[in-house]
Design a protein around this ligand. Structure first.
Ligand code: NAI
Ligand code: 15L
Length: 268
């Protein structure tokens, strides 16, 4: 895809920074957008998702969009509404108006966060498990997935909704041993989501090939995603520090972990 220009929204964030480093190796030319300045990228577009004129210009001429921008933790409903619900709608409208063919949407495991965590011997959680958002944040990801379905059915705009687990350089908790998406696997998955044929609207979980995986990667693999990493080498250290997940601990009862009990708040 050497000639493919991709708009990366949320380029100043944690995942955006990792993808700015990793995706150019796949041949993409990245156009960057964030409401915050993007360090080391003077050409980045500084715009809020509320700015429909700026979005229209930002999406003009791109082959695809990776949509990471938004509030990534729990926040008051009005803020989630503006950034994640209206913001994602504004981006889809701009994409529709400018004829963009595909969006990769950063959904989240918190769209299904209240799903009970599988115990030993339970089947993996399928992508069509009923949505059970654990926060207003997770609810906004359910909206994004439904918006994506509408824009496919009505307008033929394709989306891969990636229910990302935890994408950080290393897993830092015992829960993350199950849900970790290594940055290198995230780049593999986004590349697969950008290049697979005929995705319509496809929902996938975004994780590495973790030994302790909780959910089913079949739909991700069907895109051509072949994860190379596994969190298990971090297990001995994390379990020694934190202990195994405890069936009596409410923080450990659901896929969403502590988002179900004491969600981390958006600091800004
Ligand atoms: P982050 O909070 O580090 O980055 C989000 C970026 O979006 C920030 O740079 C922020 O300035 C920008 N942003 C927020 N509101 C905006 C607005 N109204 N207009 C323009 N830009 C705005 O989050 P992170 O970790 O990089 O996540 C990226 C995306 O992936 C988010 O949508 C998040 O919900 C999703 N995700 C991330 C996971 C992870 O493990 N990192 C897990 C599941 C989902
Ligand atoms: C998310 O959706 C958050 O954006 C990210 O910061 C992590 O907390 C992740 O989920 C997680 O579940 O660990």
């Amino acid at each position: 895809p050497a000639d493919r220009t991709v708009l990366l929204t949320g380029a100043a964030g944690g995942l955006g920074t990792l993808m700015r480093e990793l995706l150019p190796a796949y041949g993409y030319a990245l156009r960057l957008l964030d409401v915050a300045p993007v360090e080391g990228a003077p050409d980045a577009i500084t715009a809020d998702l509320a700015d429909t004129a700026a979005l229209r210009e930002a999406v003009r001429g791109v082959d695809a969009i990776i949509h990471l921008a938004g509030i990534s933790l729990e926040a008051p409903f009005d803020r989630i509404l503006r950034a994640n619900v209206e913001g994602t709608y504004n981006l889809y409208e701009a994409a529709r108006e400018e004829g963009v063919r595909r969006i990769v949407f950063a959904s989240s495991n918190h769209a299904v966060g209240y799903t009970p965590r599988p115990r030993a011997g339970d089947p993996l959680i399928p992508v069509d498990t009923p949505r059970r958002p654990d926060t207003f944040y997770g609810l906004s990801k359910c909206f994004g997935e439904d918006l994506a379905q509408l824009y496919w059915d009505r307008h033929g705009l394709e989306t891969v909704s990636v229910r990302i687990g935890s994408c950080f350089p290393e897993p830092t908790s015992v829960r993350m041993l199950s849900v970790w998406l290594s940055p290198a696997d995230a780049a593999r998955l986004f590349h697969a989501a950008l290049t697979a044929e005929g995705v319509g609207h496809t929902v996938v979980y975004g994780s590495s090939a973790n030994t302790r995986l909780w959910w089913d990667l079949t739909s991700a693999r069907a895109l051509g995603y072949a994860p190379q990493d596994d969190s298990e080498p971090h297990a001995a250290r994390l379990v020694a520090e934190q202990g195994e997940l405890d069936d009596a601990n409410p923080d450990h009862a659901h896929l969403g972990g502590h988002f179900c009990t004491n969600p981390p708040r958006w600091p800004h």
